[in-house]
Design a binder for this molecule. Structure first.
Ligand code: ZN
Length: 341
């Protein structure tokens, strides 16, 4: 039996049980902490079983110190699981699309209060993808697991957690017509940011026009939203980003579909500004310690998540574009995000 100190895992299992045949529960892998205690990496899937269905994925806890990311995923899983039991609109949407949750990719990091896994590897630097113009250390390195942002000892060898995530997401992308994943992090900056690919380079990624069309829709639907939206590389470039790797790998296998791997980077510097003691809290600086702030963060992204469900259910609106529309979105995206390059 797994230990019960990770309530996020208990909640996921409880939802799986309540939903019965409406949910598919998988254990992607089991990892051990430094004492040999085992932890599961779970995936819970709701909705269409058609391999071609549009897919929306919620991922959290890649960095153990950013436990709030797992909690945001679980809070949303809780909501949608409850909604699915009574709301006909959600039931209809999930006949059309598939939603999966991998809310805690790095459970040993969560238990140890470390960014890395139990081997000292930063999973978000662990893929074979090489970045350009990366910063020393921050961009990923193979010097020592004692330093942050360690990529792992050998090129091309991924950790159990990374492999579990990569294989599971690539399987979702095998035949889907359109896919969006959102990986929830915290720690960087003052403002909540939505990051587009790439992390490896400041150059545009192939689905730039589609990403612009999606966020154009979001901007028009929710003009008062609070997100800063831009490619991750605008902030810094890295080696070994798992999403760059999954994206490039999926495009190499087939280029007849749209895939947008997004990251939600919750601006935790703001929480520190409001409560400097957080820097010394036992859960670390990247998690809110005030209960009211935690509650606010757990509900803060519902609008965006609901928007994504609608955007996937009606994906043709932003995904089936003619050549003229693609060119226009591409041009506007370059003006918006690549002005300085
Ligand atoms: Zn992170």
């Amino acid at each position: 039996m797994y230990p019960h100190k990770l309530y996020e895992i208990d909640q996921l299992l409880a939802r799986a049980q309540e939903l019965g045949s409406l949910a598919r529960l998988e254990t992607l892998a089991t990892v051990k902490d430094t004492k040999g205690e085992e932890f599961p990496i779970h995936k819970l899937t709701l909705g269409s079983e058609d391999p071609a269905a549009p897919v929306l994925g919620f991922i959290g806890g890649v960095h153990g110190l950013e436990r709030i990311g797992s909690q945001v995923c679980i809070a949303y899983l809780n909501s949608i699981a409850k909604t699915l039991l009574w709301d006909e609109i959600t039931q209809q949407a999930l006949k059309k699309i598939r939603i999966f949750f991998i809310p805690m990719v790095n459970p040993t990091g969560v238990v140890h209060l470390t960014r890395s896994n139990a081997q000292g590897v930063d999973l978000m630097r662990n893929s074979p993808t090489e970045g350009t113009n990366t910063n020393f250390l921050l961009g990923g390195h193979r010097i020592s697991p004692r330093l942050p942002w360690y990529r792992g000892p050998n090129i091309g060898e991924m950790e159990i957690e990374s492999k579990a995530l990569v294989e599971s997401v690539l399987k979702e992308l095998e035949r889907s017509v359109c896919a969006v994943t959102i990986d929830v992090h915290s720690g960087f900056g003052m403002q909540d940011q939505l990051w587009l690919p790439y992390a490896k380079t400041k150059r545009p990624f192939p689905h730039l026009a589609k990403a612009h069309a999606l966020f154009d829709l979001f901007d028009h639907t929710y003009p008062y939203h609070f997100y800063k939206i831009e490619p991750q590389a605008t902030n810094y470039t890295t080696h070994g980003d798992l999403w760059d790797y999954i994206y490039d790998e999926s495009m190499a296998r087939r280029n007849d579909f749209t895939y947008l791997p997004l990251a939600l980077e919750m601006g935790s510097w703001n929480w520190i500004k409001k409560n400097p003691l957080q820097l010394f809290s036992s859960t670390g600086p990247f998690n809110p310690i005030k209960k009211h702030r935690e509650r606010r963060i757990l509900r803060r992204h519902n609008t965006f998540f609901e928007f994504l469900i609608k955007a996937m259910s009606s994906s043709s609106v932003w995904d089936n574009l003619n050549e003229d529309q693609i060119n226009k979105h591409e041009l506007r995206a370059k003006e918006r995000w690549y002005q300085n390059d």
